[in-house]
Design a protein. Sequence first.
Length: 247
Amino acid sequence: MSFDVQGKAALVTGANRGIGKTIVEALLANGAAKAYAAVRNTDSAGDLVAAHGEKVVPVRLDLSDAASITSAAQTAGDVELVVNNAGILHTASPLSDNAIDTIQKEIDVNVLGLIRMAQAFAPVLKANGGGAFVQLNSVASMKSFADFATYCASKAAAYSITQALREKLGEHGTAVLSVHPGPIATDMADSAGLGEIADPPQMVADGIVEALRTGDFHLFPDTMAKQIGGAYAGFAEAIVEANLMEA
Ligand SMILES: NC(=O)c1ccc[n+]([C@@H]2O[C@H](COP(=O)([O-])OP(=O)(O)OC[C@H]3O[C@@H](n4cnc5c(N)ncnc54)[C@H](OP(=O)(O)O)[C@@H]3O)[C@@H](O)[C@H]2O)c1
């Protein structure tokens, strides 16, 4: 399903910094009419409001707080594109003392947060003609990196849920896009010690606009992502994107 951001109302979680902020700017640069900046602290979207005026509407949303998501979905009743970008990464291997605590927090935000977003916004997108739902997954959805393995497990689970959403939201006419960046130059990449090999967030944001236009399900936007996406392409087409339940 193809989706053009021109003239559309969008909502982006984690819009105040990193990849999310760049996505808001790319959507507006490509003609989006409005972007709800869904953030934990609405003051943190001040830069975006200063730069883009009333085209940016800050709205409070915490992925671990279902009520805040329901409330944001009521506020953003005209939304046609939802980008669930916000996420957390803690460095823990399965043998770290904090592994259990860490994975519980990452699952709450990165996986349960996705489910909460889908449940709250599916009816809004449907009522507005279908639209599109974008989920920021990772190359870590396909490959575990041992020193932040709990994060990788959460992103693998989020990718699995995204595949199910492709089918379920597709029944409403909603396009679903699963985005799988490698290291991208943000606070998160710095915290994982990946800053030196990171590509710019603009590659992710521009890739999302283009993949929505072409109607792809998977997006591998940067240098490492393209390497992993190239190796994964055959499996993606033959298994993930195929309907194996048909005779
Ligand atoms: N950077 C990478 O190398 C990379 C690679 C692959 C995938 N990704 C994914 O891309 C997405 C964006 O990553 P990033 O690098 O831009 O991260 P980042 O720089 O660490 O920014 C994270 C964003 O998520 C928000 N956030 C954190 N917890 C939240 C919660 N409970 N509810 C709502 N918002 C919350 C943060 O808001 P506050 O300012 O309030 O903390 C911030 O806006 C994430 O899903 C990440 O897993 C990143």
